[in-house]
Design a protein around this ligand. Structure first.
Ligand SMILES: Cc1cc2nc3c(=O)[nH]c(=O)nc-3n(C[C@H](O)[C@H](O)[C@H](O)COP(=O)(O)O)c2cc1C
Length: 365
C-alpha cells in the first residue's frame, strides 16, 4: 500500500503515534492485540489504521483519474504508438501501473518490414525516426498479442494505419470485434512512408476517410491522430465533423539530418519524423488552438509531443489536453510514467485541485 507524502501531515497521526502503541500494549495484556491490529501499518514509527490508508490511497488515485471520451483511465498518461511495443512490453519497467493505457504500434492489414536502417538517429533536442510502420500485421497481432489486454493493469488502445480507405476499414473492423480494446487511434499522420500521409494532406481527404471508418466501427471509440505541421484547426474540425470521439495531437514533425562528410542523408529514407523536447512547444500551440477553436472541451484531446516531466504534461493539460501521451521519453527511460505521474499529481495539488480534470484548458491568457 503506497501512502502519499501528504498523509504524514494529518493531525490524527501524532495522536495515533503516542496513544495507539500504548493502547496496543494495554490490549496485548488481555491477549487480543494481534487480531485488532493485524491490518494496521507502521510508517516512520506511526501506527496507521487501515481506513486511513484506504482514504489516502483513494485520494492519491482520484487525483489523476480521468475520463477520456467515456473510457475511465486511472492515469491520464498514455504510452504513445510505436514507442511501447505492441502491448505489455513496459511491464518489466513497472510502468504499466502508472499509465492509463498503452497504444499499440500502428497495425496494418499486412505485415510490414518498414524502411532500411539507419531508421532511428539521435538529434540534439530529441530524435529522428523513419521506421516506416514496421509491424506484424493485424492477423498476427490478433492471434498472438491482443489477448495480453486481459492481464494488463491499464487499457490497451490500438493504432491503425493503411494506404487506402479499404486498408483502414478492414483493420478497424477487426479491432472493433476485439472487445478488450476500447479505443482505435487512426494514424493518418505518419511522415515516414511515401504513401501513408495523404489522408491528412487536406481536410476533405481526411473527412472522407474518417466518415467511412466511423460508419464501420460500432463499438470502439475512434480517435484521429493528426500531424503537427498542417492546418491543425482545419484538420481537427474535419475529423470532428466526420464523427471521431477524440483527437491525438500529434505525430512527429517532418525533419531531416545530413552527414556532411559523405553528404548523404543520415536516415535511409532521406527524411523522417522529429520527436522529443524539440516539438513540445509546437504541440502545446496545436493543442491550445484546437481546444479553443474546435473541441471547446466537448471532444477530448490526447496531447502528445516532447513530454519529459510533469511540468511538460501540465502545460498540455492547461492548453486543453484531457490525457497526455508519452513517446520518446519512454525509449530513454521506460519507468518514466512513475516519475511523471507523481510530478503531475503534485502539480494538481499545488494548484488547489482534487482532480486534474479541473485544470484542463485552464490557461490564463
Ligand atoms: C521510434 C518511433 C516510432 C513511432 N511509431 C509510431 C507509429 O507506429 N504510429 C504512430 O502513430 N506514431 C508513431 N510514433 C510517433 C509517436 O507516437 C509520437 O506521436 C511522437 O513521437 C511524438 O511524441 P514524443 O515527442 O513524446 O515522442 C513513433 C515515434 C517514434 C519515436
Amino acid at each position: 500500500m503506497h501512502l502519499s507524502k501528504d498523509s504524514a501531515a494529518s493531525p490524527i497521526l501524532p495522536a495515533c503515534k503516542y496513544a495507539l502503541p500504548r493502547l496496543k500494549c494495554a490490549i496485548s495484556l488481555v491477549g487480543s492485540a494481534d487480531a485488532i491490529f493485524s491490518n494496521w501499518a507502521i510508517r516512520s514509527g506511526v501506527l496507521i489504521p487501515p481506513w486511513y490508508r484506504s482514504i489516502c490511497h483513494n485520494a492519491h488515485v482520484l487525483t489523476l483519474l480521468t475520463n477520456l471520451g467515456g473510457i475511465s483511465l486511472r492515469s491520464p498518461l498514455i504510452g504513445a504508438a510505436g514507442t511501447v511495443g505492441y502491448t505489455n512490453e513496459l511491464a518489466d519497467a513497472g510502468a504499466l501501473d502508472s499509465l492509463g493505457a498503452v497504444t499499440s504500434k500502428s497495425l496494418t492489414r499486412l505485415e510490414r518490414v518498414g524502411n532500411a536502417v539507419p531508421r532511428i538517429i539521435p538529434s540534439k533536442v530529441g530524435m529522428l525516426n523513419a521506421i516506416g510502420l514496421a509491424n506484424m500485421g493485424i492477423d498476427r497481432f490478433l492471434a498472438e498479442r491482443a489477448q495480453d489486454a486481459g492481464s494488463m493493469p491499464c487499457h490497451l488502445f490500438a493504432s491503425i494505419a493503411g494506404h487506402s480507405v479499404d486498408d483502414f476499414v478492414s483493420v478497424a473492423e477487426r479491432i472493433d470485434a476485439e472487445s478488450t480494446i476500447p479505443l482505435i487511434e487512426v494514424n493518418v499522420s505518419c511522415p515516414n512512408t511515401s504513401d501513408g500521409r495523404h489522408f491528412s494532406a487536406d481536410p476533405a481527404s481526411l473527412s472522407a476517410l474518417l466518415k467511412v471508418v466511423r460508419a464501420n466501427v460500432k463499438r470502439a471509440k475512434l480517435f484521429a491522430k493528426l500531424p503537427p505541421d498542417s492546418d491543425s484547426v482545419a484538420l481537427a474540425a474535419a475529423a470532428v465533423d466526420a464523427g471521431v470521439d477524440g483527437l491525438t495531437l500529434s505525430n512527429t514533425m517532418p525533419a531531416m539530418a545530413i552527414e556532411v562528410h559523405s553528404r548523404r542523408a543520415r536516415l535511409s529514407n532521406g527524411r523522417g519524423g522529429l520527436s522529443g523536447p524539440a516539438i513540445h512547444p509546437i504541440v502545446v500551440r496545436v493543442v491550445h488552438d484546437v481546444y479553443s477553436q474546435v473541441s471547446k472541451g466537448r471532444v477530448p484531446i490526447i496531447g502528445l509531443g516532447g513530454v519529459m516531466n510533469g511540468e511538460d504534461a501540465a502545460e498540455l493539460v492547461l492548453a486543453g489536453a484531457t490525457a497526455i501521451g508519452l513517446g520518446t521519453v519512454l525509449l530513454a527511460e521506460p519507468s518514466a510514467p512513475l516519475r511523471i505521474a507523481s510530478q503531475l499529481r503534485s502539480w494538481v495539488r499545488e494548484q488547489g485541485c482534487s482532480n486534474m480534470s479541473e485544470l484542463v484548458g485552464q490557461l490564463r491568457m
